[in-house]
Ligand binder design. Structure first.
Ligand code: SF4
Length: 354
């Protein structure tokens, strides 16, 4: 039932004519969107004499049903984030200091869903969305799967940052997860080594239905089962709706990206350039820690910041190094921690960020 109502709410947001169509021909409209709700339930959920009451439930981040869905995800992951910020290590103290800074600079910082170690398994992104907050460059190539190297790298970061810091991360950033043909192998290794399947948000779910079906099976076994589909066109949405039932997508957050009215686009990266607006205290860059591009063998230490012309994506790169082997990787990360995460701050260390 939850899955069907979730799809009803998504459809309402996607199609400005949905309400009119539903009023004119309920059966045909529900079939068009592959929604299976009985007349009784539909009547209970949206009173046709007062349809506006349903619309009043919607806000920039979705309707009541999806808001509940978000709250459910957050309630399970925030204790992990808090535990990292309280860690009595150089990394823990550094993240806490940056979090305190974020409390001062962002307008609603309490809910920042931090990642502490993200990896890009390809260079660039094939989708090139106009609104890309990370201004992902054009796709160049992907990193070839190497089980030994990948697992060794994960174990190394687990040892350096602690297990909790490895639970909320992504295996993509300014990249599309499905651009790597072995993405599923990488995340299954992640789960085997670290005990949690990383969250996946893909904009390519409609490109290869069989692959997406297989991914959904993997995702079903995850500890935190939610994943997200960014839907870039109505055609893609219909392809997804007609290939997957509402129940199959129950744990998938369907993010409609093609209808400006149904999804607020934050002013970062390409969207900032396009909208020519400031981000007004909003944050977008949620990576507080390390970003590793596996194609370039590049490690960056990074943290969230207010977007400016000089850093339109709202992230600051504090340090950058390249690695060759896993031993070299470990050495470089340790050096970055030593150089940037001082345990004691002297007055002379304090400087204001522009
Ligand atoms: S928003 Fe995501 S899918 Fe779109 S260009 Fe950026 S990284 Fe790629």
């Amino acid at each position: 039932m939850y899955a069907q109502i979730k799809r009803l709410a998504e459809s309402w947001k996607v199609d400005g004519h949905f309400e009119k169509k539903l009023l004119e021909n309920e059966e045909k409209t529900l079939a068009e969107y592959n929604i299976k709700l009985s007349k009784d339930i539909l009547a209970k959920f949206c009173d046709k004499n007062d349809l506006k009451s349903f619309q009043q439930c919607t806000g920039p981040y979705g309707n009541k049903v999806c808001a509940k869905f978000d709250a459910y995800v957050f309630s399970r992951t925030f204790p992990l984030i808090k535990s990292v910020l309280e860690q009595p290590t150089s990394f823990g103290r550094w993240t806490k200091r940056q979090h305190n800074r974020n409390l001062l600079q962002f307008s609603y910082p309490e809910n920042i869903f931090y990642h502490f170690f993200n990896t890009e398994l390809s260079k660039g992104c094939t989708n090139q969305c106009w609104f890309c907050g990370l201004s992902a460059p054009k796709y160049e190539k992907y990193y070839h799967y190497d089980h030994e190297v990948w697992c060794a790298l994960l174990r190394c970061m687990q040892q350096l940052l602690g297990n909790d810091a490895m639970q909320t991360n992504l295996c993509y950033w300014a990249s599309e997860p499905f651009d790597n043909p072995d993405y599923e192998k990488f995340i299954l290794d992640y789960k085997n080594v670290l005990g949690v399947l990383p969250y996946t948000q893909t904009a390519s779910a409609a490109k290869n239905i069989e692959r997406t079906r297989a991914f959904l099976k993997i995702n079903d076994e995850a500890r935190f089962q939610e994943a997200g589909f960014s839907v870039l066109s109505k055609e893609d949405l219909m392809t997804i709706y007609h290939n997957f039932s509402a129940e199959e997508l129950e744990k998938i957050e369907v993010r409609i990206q093609f209808n400006h009215k149904c999804r607020h686009k934050v002013c970062f990266g390409r969207a900032r350039k396009e909208k020519k607006q400031e981000s007004a205290g909003e944050y977008f860059w949620t990576l507080l820690g390390f970003l590793v591009n596996m194609v370039d063998k590049k490690i960056q230490l990074t943290m969230p910041a207010i977007a400016t012309d000089a850093r339109p994506c709202g992230g600051i790169i504090l340090d950058e190094k390249y690695f060759t082997t896993i031993d070299d990787f470990k050495e470089k990360v340790e050096l970055m921690i030593k150089n940037n995460m001082i345990d004691k701050i002297l007055k002379s260390d304090i400087r204001l960020l522009a």
